[in-house]
Design a protein around this ligand. Structure first.
Ligand SMILES: NC(=O)c1ccc[n+]([C@@H]2O[C@H](COP(=O)([O-])OP(=O)(O)OC[C@H]3O[C@@H](n4cnc5c(N)ncnc54)[C@H](OP(=O)(O)O)[C@@H]3O)[C@@H](O)[C@H]2O)c1
Length: 278
């Protein structure tokens, strides 16, 4: 590849929750043609779902053409299966750039499975399906500027791409933006439950919780105003928000809970690195 466009086939290995989200983002944005994409996915229902999007599907590497060379290969399989999965792809990825989105798995470990090839480690999140994801990436020394630009170009169909030089930042980002949508979805669940507890019908409580998170997120992005200022704008002295924030911002409040949750996620990312030999 000599610029930031795809000049050959794209190989997606694993089309579960995150692989499918990314594929949808690429296709919906028109960043790739479906018939340039080969998906390897052992699960029949997921393979059929991918096939319905127009991409070519394979149960394993055995049905890839023997001389198949991916310009860009994306590994979206669980960290625990990376070590076993990588070697079969060696002949197919040697000339392109490989992207791994597996939580915790270091660049060096991926190279141990694939050989000394160009590798980008990326951490996306599920809003990638609608082009609203956050993607953090870090490349090894084999990846050329053109290859990194090509990966960045593709992943920008999934959302905002942040390049980092330190691989350690990928594990930290995993705990914040990679897992983060689940924290926000749980917040929506909790806010809706609180509404039901106060007597609102469940569908109305859920609608209000979803709309509030969407609206507050959009306002935070649109204004660029610090979130602490936006919070103060909601908080009338002696009013209702202040009463609630006394609970949320008290000892062992949300800040403390969030920090502990992120530390637990980060610790797990570091543990997952042990699932493949370097
Ligand atoms: N989900 C997220 O929000 C998210 C966000 C950022 C990063 N990630 C990372 O993305 C990766 C995938 O996560 P996920 O949530 O999408 O998992 P998932 O839903 O389990 O999808 C992974 C898929 O890969 C398939 N697979 C297993 N071995 C394979 C092989 N050798 N070749 C091709 N496909 C194979 C699995 O099939 P079987 O189930 O039949 O084994 C499964 O359908 C993980 O490494 C995770 O850390 C996920």
């Amino acid at each position: 590849m000599d610029d930031n466009t795809m000049s050959g086939p794209l190989l997606l290995v694993g089309c579960g929750n995150m692989g499918r989200a990314m594929l949808r983002g690429w296709l919906d944005a028109g960043f790739i043609c479906a018939d340039a994409v080969h998906v390897v996915e052992p699960a029949v229902s997921l393979r059929e779902e991918a096939g319905a999007l127009g991409v070519r599907t394979h149960v394993s590497t055995e049905t890839l053409e023997p001389g198949f060379k991916a310009a860009l290969a994306i590994f979206a399989v669980k960290p625990q299966v990376m070590a076993a999965a990588l070697p079969a792809y060696r002949p197919h990825v040697a000339e392109g750039v490989t992207v791994s989105i597996a939580a915790g798995i270091p660049l060096a470990s991926i190279a141990a499975g694939l050989g000394e090839v160009a590798i980008v480690r990326a951490m996306p999140n599920t809003p990638a399906a609608i082009g609203k994801g956050s993607i953090v990436l870090c490349a090894n020394e084999r990846a050329s500027a053109a290859q990194i630009a090509s990966v960045t170009g593709l992943l920008s169909a999934n959302g905002t791409v942040h390049r980092v030089e330190s691989e350690a930042a990928i594990d930290a980002a995993t705990a914040i933006s990679g897992s983060g949508p689940a924290y926000v979805f749980h917040f929506i669940e909790c806010l809706a439950d609180a509404g039901v507890n106060l007597g609102l019908p469940a569908p109305l409580a859920l609608a209000l919780a979803r709309e509030t998170v969407e609206g507050a997120g959009a306002l935070a992005m649109a204004t660029g105003t610090p979130p602490s200022d936006l919070r103060r704008q909601v908080t009338s002295p002696g009013g209702t928000t202040e009463a609630a924030l006394t609970v949320l911002m008290g000892d062992e409040g949300l800040r403390d809970v969030m920090r502990k949750a992120a530390v637990a996620a980060h610790r797990r990312a570091v543990e997952l690195a042990g699932n493949i030999s370097a």
